[in-house]
Every structure is written in structure tokens, then in C-alpha cells.
Design a protein around this ligand. Structure first.
Ligand code: HEM
Length: 385
């Protein structure tokens, strides 16, 4: 895809595609134009009634009411309720537990044998993290990963063949979460997400659909993205041995490397908006009702905005200057949490395996088949003693 995006940025940065399997849509590929769309939510709607937030018009799960697919004022009210879980003081409380679970996962890895990093590290750790966030029964945590996969997958690629099956699975998720929600509502407030939702005036009386929508949002939001950054980071280091050496020589680079990994990976390749009125962007006339796709994956490689954008460099001067978390009113709620998880992972990893190339990618990665989730199903890895 890279040469196509490069050409689009150069020759037609706001490009109309009038025929595709997703219907007609605009591709916005330059950093600055993406920012113009992101910061103008009055014109560019995220609402599911307009079509939702992905190039694919709402699938059955994504059309549930969730605040990522709402416009103000409702969006703002619901977002405010979940924000405290990721406030700095709460993150500081979570860090100890995240570190302990990361240590356990790493200590259980085999040395000198090939294994799938995606399954043993990335999925394992993000499922544990989600369980912690929700106060979800730890022994059932793989259900969270399953529900997340079912929501975002292309039909036929994740054990779900039809939209009906997808709905059924999501309903099971809803029933499980409702039970937990009711338990929390009837006990004292706790510092987990479900308890916060159950005790906040703004969300206590959500409709069942709204409750399910927001559950799905938080499960998916905190799952695929962080998971794929955990895998993508290791791959990037292996593909850029000079950067791997730099990291091992100076582990204080971990925080800036984490941001670079998130830019480089761009775990969500795009977000979509729908124009609520006619609007001129980059000299093109977008019409009311048009679908507008912001290709973060392209904006993050825009050399006019980011120096040496097509290189993975772990000690950039301004590493958080990227589009992977979006921007404007929908900017990712979990961005600091994700960065913390990745930082802890790399701190603990380097303590155990401090030499460059010691965690070696030994085969081709298998990628997720999706235009939305940019990630990995498998990454064969061997830890060299
Ligand atoms: C929104 C990416 C981790 C929860 C978003 C958006 C993006 C994104 C692109 C939409 C931004 C927009 O439309 O402008 C990422 C990436 C992550 C990550 C790349 C990891 C590397 C997380 C985590 C959580 C989370 C760990 C959960 C706690 C959310 C929520 C929203 C959101 C709730 C909706 C915000 C709103 O509409 O106001 N994320 N995310 N994300 N993310 Fe994340």
C-alpha cells in the first residue's frame, strides 16, 4: 500500500474514489488535511446514524450506540464519565498490577524455542489489562479478546460467518457485562470501569443498547490497538537492528520509542466521518452526505509534517506528534494507558533480555485481513539465551 499512499499524497491528497466495495468515498491522505477533518466535528460527523466511523458502513456490532460514534452533546457527556479511569492518579495505581502481570507473562516464555509472540505476549497482556480495567473475572478474561475480535473482524475470518452470528455473540457479551454491572451497582463504588459507570449519574440509566455499545467500544478500543503495537514494535526493532542496538545501549529511550512504535504501527489504519454540509478541503468540493476517510496510516508517513517519516527512529525530538490516536474531541481516551502498558512491557523485557537482537523474529508475520485494524495474527519469535 505504501507506494499508493505516497502517490495519493503527492498527486491527489483529497481523492474521490467513486466506486469500491465500500461504495464511493473520499481518501484524505496528508497529515494537515486529516487534522482539518479531525478538528471540525461540526461539519464531519462520527454519528452512527450518518454511517459510523469506518470505511465499511456500520456493521451490526458497530452500529450499537457508543460514544466514539456520537456527536456532541451526547458524546461529551458519556466520554466524561469514563475519563477518570485513565486519569494519571488511577494509572499510577494500575501500573503496579500491570507490571506484575507483565513480569509473569515474560517469565513464562520459553527460551530457545519458536513461539507466537502475538498469542503469548500481545494478546495475553492486553486481555489481562482489560480484565483489570473492568474488574472482570480473571479466569474468564479470554472472552474479552474473543468479543473484541468478533466485533471488528471481516465476516468469515474469525469464526463468525454472518451478521446474525455476530449479533448473537455480542448479545452474550452484553448479558455477561450487564450481570457484572448490576452487581457493581448494588455494592460500594470501586475504581474499575463498570463500577464507575454503575455509579455515575450520566451513565447509571443507559439504555441496554447504549450500555452494550459502550462496553463493546471499551473492549475493542483497549484491545486490538495495544495488542498490535506490542507485536509491531518487536517487528520494527528486528527490521531496524541499528535502532534495536540504540535501545539496548540506552533504555531511557523507551518512552520515546513507545510513541514511535505507535506512529509506525498505526494500529487503526483509518477513521471515517460523514460530511453534514458541503465543504471545501484541499481545493476539492466535498458534498453533504459524502463519506470521508482519514488515512492515519498515510498521514503518519507524511514527510511534509514528520522528518524522515518513512524511517523508524526511536529517539525523535517530538515523538508524540503522530495521528495514531486521532485528534479533536474523539482523541483516544486510552492513549496514556496504552503508552504505559507498552513502556512497562519494554522495561521488563529489557531487564530480562538486554542484548540487541536477543528477541528474534524468525519468520514472516501473518497479518490481520482488514482495512481498519492494522495488525498481526502471528509473529514467530525465538528468544536467544
Ligand atoms: C478512540 C486509537 C488504545 C479507548 C480512539 C481513536 C483512535 C484510537 C484512532 C479515534 C480517534 C478519532 O476519531 O479522532 C488507539 C490506539 C491505541 C488505543 C492506536 C493503542 C495504541 C486505547 C485503550 C483504550 C481506548 C487502551 C481503553 C481504555 C478509546 C475510546 C475511544 C478511543 C473509549 C473513543 C473516544 C471518543 O470518541 O471520544 N482510539 N486507541 N483506546 N479509544 Fe483508543
Amino acid at each position: 500500500m505504501w507506494p499508493y499512499f505516497e502517490r495519493l499524497r503527492k498527486e491527489d491528497p483529497v481523492h474521490y474514489c467513486n466506486d469500491s466495495q465500500y461504495g464511493p468515498y473520499w481518501s484524505v491522505t496528508r497529515f494537515k488535511d486529516i487534522m482539518s477533518v479531525e478538528t471540525n466535528h461540526k461539519v464531519f460527523s462520527s454519528a452512527s446514524r450518518s454511517g459510523g466511523i469506518t470505511i465499511m458502513d456500520n456493521n451490526a456490532a458497530a452500529s450499537l450506540p457508543m460514544f466514539i460514534a456520537m456527536d456532541p452533546p451526547k458524546h461529551d457527556v458519556q466520554r466524561k464519565t469514563v475519563t477518570p479511569i485513565v486519569a494519571p492518579e488511577n494509572l499510577a495505581k494500575l501500573e503496579g498490577l500491570i507490571r506484575q502481570r507483565t513480569q509473569n507473562a515474560l517469565d513464562a516464555l520459553p527460551v530457545g524455542e519458536t513461539f507466537n509472540w502475538v498469542e503469548r505476549v500481545s494478546i495475553n497482556l492486553t486481555a489481562q489489562m482489560l480484565a483489570t480495567l473492568f474488574g472482570f473475572p480473571f479466569e474468564d478474561r479470554t472472552k474479552l479478546t474473543h468479543w473484541s475480535d468478533v466485533t471488528t473482524c471481516e465476516l468469515g475470518t474469525c469464526g463468525v460467518e454472518t451478521e446474525e452470528q455476530r449479533i448473537k455473540e455480542i448479545q452474550e457479551c452484553g448479558a455477561y457485562m450487564t450481570k457484572l454491572f448490576n452487581e457493581r451497582a448494588n455494592s460500594d463504588p470501586q475504581p474499575d470501569l463498570l463500577s464507575m459507570l454503575a455509579h455515575s449519574e450520566n451513565t447509571r440509566n443507559m439504555s441496554p443498547e447504549e450500555f452494550m455499545g459502550n462496553m463493546v467500544l471499551l473492549i475493542v478500543g483497549g484491545n486490538d490497538t495495544t495488542r498490535n503495537s506490542m507485536s509491531g514494535g518487536l517487528l520494527a526493532l528486528n527490521e531496524n537492528p541499528e535502532e534495536y542496538r540504540k535501545l539496548c545501549a540506552d533504555p531511557t529511550l523507551i518512552p520515546s520509542m513507545v510513541s514511535e512504535i505507535i506512529r509506525w504501527q498505526t494500529p487503526l489504519a483509518h477513521m471515517r466521518r460523514t460530511a453534514l454540509e458541503d465543504f471545501e478541503l484541499g481545493g476539492k468540493q466535498i458534498k453533504k452526505g459524502d463519506k470521508v476517510v482519514m488515512w492515519y496510516v498515510s498521514g503518519n508517513r507524511d514527510g511534509d509534517e514528520i522528518e524522515n517519516a518513512d524511517r523508524f527512529i526511536i529517539d525523535r525530538a517530538n515523538p508524540r506528534h503522530h495521528l495514531s490516536f486521532g485528534f479533536g474531541i474523539h482523541r483516544c481516551v486510552g492513549n496514556r494507558l496504552a503508552e504505559m502498558q507498552l513502556r512497562v512491557l519494554w522495561e521488563e523485557t529489557l531487564k530480562r533480555w538486554p542484548k540487541p537482537g536477543q528477541i528474534e523474529v524468525v519468520g514472516e508475520p501473518r497479518r490481520v485481513f482488514s482495512t481498519f485494524v492494522k495488525g498481526f495474527e502471528a509473529l514467530p519469535v525465538r528468544i536467544n539465551a
